[in-house]
Design a binder for this molecule. Structure first.
Ligand code: ZN
Length: 248
């Protein structure tokens, strides 16, 4: 007899299977990213219907079958309902789920990533911070959590920390004014933009979404993150394409 297990996690995605079922991907505290079958979850009166939608966060009881986990029941503590009536917010959220899915693995320790997606959805739902800023903070911190952070505290070439800096994806981080010749892709950074990148890199996840920036700094951070994402991720995220089409 297989036993059931209880995990804490968030539904990253749900795909319809057959007429009434779903396959869900859950990012869990205990087992990293897992895939589970939710039988009958698309039937109108199924208790699994709402609890297997993206963003649902809480406790999931799973039964380990021969080839896959099966969702038995769930106790959801946050559905992020604010986002269900908010197209733009929801698509930023779907984008975060896709990025998390891209970076995480089964049986890997993904607790920091789970915390990051949870806090990022909270920041979106609260509406207190510019959503584009939430996006770039989330992207940058995703690289940090996954050990792929760019250097932002000193020159990635000579190690000096107190000169003016440009950001260069080719050089995996900031390059000082003396070394700038090796960074043809360099993006000029104001002191405020450099400090913002340093704050995101070093802050705890709980304190990430506690600041605002000027439009000028947001422009700089946008250029940095677009360049860094393009250089490091070869996947096109569907939800981001939809979002960018709608924001134009
Ligand atoms: Zn240098």
């Amino acid at each position: 007899m297989n036993q059931s297990i209880t995990v804490i996690g968030m539904v990253l995605s749900a795909t319809p299977i057959g007429e009434y079922d779903k396959r869900v991907v859950i990012l869990t505290k205990e087992k990293g990213k897992i895939s589970a079958f939710a039988k009958g979850a698309r039937r109108q009166n199924s208790p699994l219907m709402g609890v297997t939608n993206p963003f649902a966060f809480g406790q999931f009881e799973l039964y380990e079958g021969r080839t896959s986990y099966n969702v038995v029941q769930a106790n959801i503590t946050n559905y992020f309902m604010e986002l269900s009536t908010d197209f733009e917010g929801a698509y930023y959220g779907f984008y975060f789920m896709e990025v998390a899915d891209y970076f995480t693995k089964e049986y890997n320790d993904e607790r920091e990533m789970l915390k990051l997606v949870y806090q990022s959805l909270r920041a979106l739902a609260s509406g207190n911070i510019n959503r584009e800023l939430v996006r770039y903070i989330f992207e940058m911190k995703t690289f940090v959590v996954n050990g792929e952070a760019p250097e932002v505290f000193r020159c990635a070439n000579c190690g000096v920390g107190d000169r003016s800096m440009v950001f260069s994806s080719q050089n995996h981080g900031t390059i000082c004014s003396e070394c700038q010749g090796i960074a043809p892709d360099g993006i000029a950074l104001s002191k405020a933009a450099l400090y913002t990148l340093q704050y995101i890199a070093s802050s705890t996840i709980e304190k990430l979404y506690t600041f605002k920036v000027s439009d000028e700094v947001l422009d700089e951070i946008r250029k940095v993150m677009q360049q860094y994402m393009d250089a490091h991720i070869d996947k096109k995220f569907k939800s981001l394409e939809i979002l960018e089409m709608c924001l134009k």
